[in-house]
Design a protein around this ligand. Structure first.
Ligand SMILES: Cc1cc2nc3c(=O)[nH]c(=O)nc-3n(C[C@H](O)[C@H](O)[C@H](O)COP(=O)(O)O)c2cc1C
Length: 376
């Protein structure tokens, strides 16, 4: 999947009183978007992992958190890597002792909000870089039951001991396979390597879906849409319920104008729109429901797709009510309970109407519930 979605989280640093006194983690991150289900947490000393994470954030919908050592300006590579080497040795000797781990700046990100956590780290002396170990020592237990993706960058050493560190520090994480090893010399190819890795791990499988379903009804015709998790889709969902006029546009779409206009960010998805797609045409601010396919268009952002009765989009007219539903929501059942499936006499065309809506049908023969009926 080429999601091209990006949600970068920035967490304002608490560099004042908290950090000055702190022996705790201090974390810098980019601005946070709410509702994200994937967190990328990374540390980088010489920017290789930072570059890798920049590429990754272009490809998946995730918040990003950078681990920062509390003590700034340390050169871990100076004097033949003396500082970095000492930090790793201390952890190796007493991995269970909090005092073995270097202090990092604090974060206000709650990892329990996330389903997927991608840990991206350099390798130091075959182990996970010390500041990342500090973060996971503090937060790894909260990652129980979450899907964990691991990305490691080294100059040349194999990553098995770093993988072992991750599993020690996140003992109940559900580790995705495979891990991704990007050598320093491969950072230029990170974009391609990440795209393949995302596909292999299945990380792309649910990052567009959400638990947001909506019902669009004009009283006669009801269509259920599954929304994706983009900012524009959330914006629509958050303003529901609404009642608006639906209009015909071109020969393949029904449109309406939500008020106020939907908010959208750079996480939005452009792409071809098969029949049943619901989308935001951002230049005009209207929502589009396609009953016949449309091609990708600049600023046309996909919000989701119909999961029930896409063929009825074409029939929507007049005032429509747009409201949230869930699969457990009684309204979904209610929405369909008062309907009767009616087919043209040759069975080629389905015309769904309310049970009491037969009068709206033209004179003729129809099939309803397997029986022939005549409308006079
Ligand atoms: C303290 C320290 C120790 C390192 N130890 C190793 C090592 O044992 N094997 C290796 O292949 N690379 C080692 N490296 C190189 C880094 O793993 C590699 O350059 C990585 O891409 C750095 O990521 P970064 O730029 O995000 O910090 C070490 C780097 C540092 C700073």
């Amino acid at each position: 999947m080429k999601t091209q979605m990006k949600r970068i989280a920035t967490i304002l640093l608490c560099l004042c009183a908290m950090a000055c006194s702190s022996e705790e983690a201090d974390l810098k991150a980019q601005p946070a978007a709410s509702g994200g289900r994937t967190l990328i947490v990374y540390y980088s000393f010489t920017n290789n992992v930072r570059t890798i994470v920049g590429e990754l954030a272009k490809q998946i919908n995730a918040d990003v958190l950078e681990v920062q050592p509390a003590e700034e300006g340390l050169d871990y590579a100076a004097n033949n890597y003396a500082i970095g080497s000492r930090l790793i040795a201390a952890i190796r000797q007493h991995p269970e002792d909090p005092a073995s781990y270097p202090s990092i700046k604090p974060s206000n990100i709650d990892v329990s909000q996330y389903d997927n956590i991608i840990v991206a780290t350099p390798l130091w002396w075959s182990q996970m870089a010390a500041p990342m170990q500090s973060y996971l020592f503090q937060n790894g237990a909260k990652m129980a039951g979450k899907r964990i993706g691991l990305i490691v960058s080294s100059a040349s050493s194999g990553i098995s001991s770093t993988v072992a560190d991750a599993k020690r520090l996140i003992p109940e994480g559900l580790f995705l396979e495979p891990n991704l090893w990007i050598r320093a010399s491969q950072v230029g190819q990170a974009s391609t390597m990440l795209a393949e890795w995302i596909e292999e791990t299945g990380l792309n499988k649910d990052d567009q879906t959400s638990d947001m379903k909506i019902k669009v009804s004009d009283g006669e015709n009801i269509v259920i849409f599954q929304l994706n998790s983009t900012s524009a889709a959330r914006s629509l969902f958050n303003m529901l319920p609404i009642e608006v006029e639906v209009e015909n546009y071109s020969n393949n779409e029904k449109i309406f104008y939500p008020t106020p206009a939907l908010q959208y960010g750079n996480d939005c998805i452009e792409g071809d729109c098969p029949a049943g797609t619901i989308a935001l045409f951002s230049p005009w601010g209207n929502v589009v429901m396609y009953y016949a396919p449309a091609s990708r268009y600049s600023g046309l952002y996909i919000l989701g797709h119909a999961i029930e009765d896409a063929h009825l989009i074409k029939n929507l007219s007049g005032t429509i009510r747009v409201e949230p539903v869930t699969t457990t929501d009684a309204s979904l059942t209610a929405a369909t309970a008062d309907r009767q499936d009616i087919y043209s006499i040759d069975g080629s065309r389905r015309i769904t109407a309310k049970a009491n809506g037969l009068k709206s049908l033209k004179k003729g023969l129809y099939i309803s519930n397997g029986k022939k009926i005549a409308v006079k």
